[in-house]
Ligand binder design. Sequence first.
Ligand SMILES: N[C@@H](CCC(=O)N[C@@H](CS)C(=O)NCC(=O)O)C(=O)O
Length: 204
Amino acid sequence: MITLYDYWRSSASYRVRIALGLAGLDWQAVAVNLVEGQHKTPAHLARNPQGLVPVLEIDGLRLTQSLAIVEYLDETRGLGLLPATPADRARVRAIAHAIAMDIHPICNLGTARHAVSASDGAITMEGWMQHFIGRGLAAVEAMLPGGDFCWAEGVTLADLCLMPQVYNAQRWQVDLADMPKIRRVAERLAAIQAFAAAHPDRWA
Ligand SMILES: N[C@@H](CCC(=O)N[C@@H](CS)C(=O)NCC(=O)O)C(=O)O
């Protein structure tokens, strides 16, 4: 049995849920409640010394880091999430990394909570999220060529990163009015079964 340790609102877990759906795999979810601190328990730290979700158990392996997991599924299940040429792969990875490596860590629950508590009220959770998600997505908007997907004519790694980030943006009321390319892609992706099935509302 394939097991995903995840949290419904975790955008890194959301990426992996989409990939599992695209692969058409049967899998079970085990919830790790981040709000209750379950990710810091010895049981979860034994799964992932970083104390983060997601963790995927598959093929006798225990994998961490959502992009590493998605690329593992891409390579072993032939998902075609990366384009054929090195130049296009670099472009797709650049969009994916702009989200997963630049926006996401700053807006992680642990990071944002620390900033709020260390600022003695000067920083609010909403203000932090709106600032960093807004600024990060504005750059992604400029990186997108424009079309139904983040890159060319189909789903790539970049789309698996964008959709959860758009969910987060909406959750924190980030204004996407000036981001028509992102809105168009998100609307197209929402119509794909694997994306719809991975939405946090289906896992709460
Ligand atoms: N780079 C990691 C990030 C994982 C990560 O930050 N997960 C978040 C949820 S989206 C988490 O577990 N946060 C717990 C915390 O911040 O304490 C990945 O892509 O898997």
